[in-house]
Design a protein around this ligand. Structure first.
Ligand code: SF4
Ligand code: SF4
Length: 102
């Protein structure tokens, strides 16, 4: 089943362009990460944003991505109304997909 997972092939509650728009709209204030109960090591928001949509996923970001349990605590503190939970869901799928391809 996992072998069939591709970011563009399953239904997420945000599409890839929507996630891209959210990342572009992010002002980098870090409030979402400050509110997150699953973040166990320092990760910069720039790093997380850069690695969310494309390119290699570093080990710290991969660990955080696995640790995210979609609680949604990161959404309310965002001053510009973004959805870090949806961005993380996208990244979870991408991480699974990249592991399958490795
Ligand atoms: S949805 Fe994920 S990133 Fe957002 S606060 Fe919960 S665990 Fe953290
Ligand atoms: S709280 Fe919103 S604007 Fe601030 S870093 Fe997180 S997603 Fe970006």
């Amino acid at each position: 089943m996992l072998r069939m997972l591709k970011p563009n092939a399953i239904i997420l509650h945000k599409t890839r362009p929507q996630v891209g728009q959210e990342i572009q709209a992010c002002i980098g204030c870090n409030e979402c990460l400050l509110a997150c109960p699953a973040l166990a090591e320092p990760i910069t928001i720039d790093m997380l944003n850069r690695e969310t949509l494309s390119g290699p996923i570093s080990e710290p970001v991969a660990r955080f991505t696995r640790a995210c349990y979609q609680c949604g605590a990161c959404v309310a503190p965002c001053p510009v109304g973004l959805h870090r939970d949806a961005m993380m869901l996208w990244l979870k799928v991408r991480l699974l997909s990249s592991m399958e391809e490795a």
